[in-house]
Design a protein around this ligand. Structure first.
Ligand SMILES: Cc1cc2nc3c(=O)[nH]c(=O)nc-3n(C[C@H](O)[C@H](O)[C@H](O)COP(=O)(O)OP(=O)(O)OC[C@H]3O[C@@H](n4cnc5c(N)ncnc54)[C@H](O)[C@@H]3O)c2cc1C
Ligand code: FES
Length: 261
């Protein structure tokens, strides 16, 4: 079997989440773990990795930011159009190991996408986690992703939101996500933290978590690297001897800390 051959899959739902960002539901059946990704392919436009932001065996959802050739072409598609997909790939979050622990999910911008798959998993397994604490940061209120989900999560989890540039009607926090974290009492005992977002955000969030008593072994980060094959063959994604596509993109922080690129 050719591992590079995509499976053509219909789009069953499209939702505009924020300026330049759309959610696509694809009729792609797979048994995936939260935090895994797929390679998305369109003839003439190429292929790119995308995080699975849903948790279902019947479909996958992708949150696509329009940044270049392929994503521009994806944004022009309609319901019932077909997309090539291969995967799921990558290690994902070891959610079974998190059973019995307090979860801290900290995301910025489109970094919220892979965390959504963990939150949807936690919604399906509510008795597995003593508490679920969600910290999300965006540029402006218009950029807030998954607004419908957030409203639902606010009824059952601790959810904290912040934007860099608030409007008058914004009722949540203002400023960088670390300020949001510093305002709350973080329980470091029997907890795991998952961090996903721009590299600079990840760096400062880890510092804040360490100051709150979290060890590096309790922190998981999701890495975005330029990728080609997605299956550990081409070496494009490597950080030292690690393949981000195969060993990651989710890494326990102590396993990648200090590695040069
Ligand atoms: C594991 C993984 C998961 C991802 N998940 C998502 C997702 O859920 N949603 C989403 O919108 N995007 C995601 N991406 C990023 C996406 O794959 C790239 O932006 C992709 O290149 C878009 O293809 P394009 O042809 O539209 O843009 P291109 O023409 O390839 O690139 C447009 C611009 O983005 C830059 N760029 C491309 N890839 C990256 C990268 N990995 N990191 C930093 N800059 C990059 C390019 O240098 C260029 O400046 C993910 C990437 C990885 C590695
Ligand atoms: S993308 Fe080819 S080895 Fe990781």
């Amino acid at each position: 079997m050719n591992p590079y051959k995509p499976r053509y899959t219909s789009i069953t739902r499209i939702e505009r989440l924020a300026p330049g960002i759309k959610l696509y539901r694809l009729a792609y059946k797979s048994k995936h773990k939260p935090g895994q990704f797929v390679e998305v392919f369109l003839p003439h436009y190429g292929e790119a990795p995308m995080s699975i932001c849903s948790y279902s065996r019947e479909y996958i959802e992708l949150c696509v930011r329009c940044v270049g050739n392929l994503t521009r072409a994806l944004h022009a598609l309609h319901i019932d159009d077909k997309i090539g997909v291969r995967g799921p790939y990558g290690a994902g979050y070891p959610v079974e190991e998190f059973k019995g622990k307090h979860l801290y999910l900290i995301g910025g911008g489109t970094g919220v996408a892979p965390l959504r798959s963990v939150i949807l998993y936690a919604e399906r397994h509510p008795k597995d986690f003593p508490s679920i604490n969600i910290f999300l940061g965006f540029r402006t209120p218009r950029d807030v992703l998954f607004k419908g989900d957030i409203e639902r999560w606010q009824t059952k989890f601790r959810v904290f939101l912040s934007v860099d540039r608030p409007t008058k009607s914004w009722r949540h926090s203002r400023g960088v996500i670390t300020t949001l974290l510093e305002k709350q009492t973080l329980i470091n005992k029997n907890s795991v933290a998952m961090v996903c977002g721009p590299p600079i955000m990840i760096k400062f969030v880890i510092k804040t978590l360490n100051q709150a008593g979290f060890d590096d072994e309790q922190i998981y980060v999701s890495m975005e690297r330029l990728m080609r094959c997605g299956i550990g063959k081409c070496g494009h994604c490597m950080i030292n001897e690690l393949y981000v596509c195969k060993d990651g993109p989710v890494f326990r922080y102590d396993t990648i800390k200090g590695r040069s690129e």
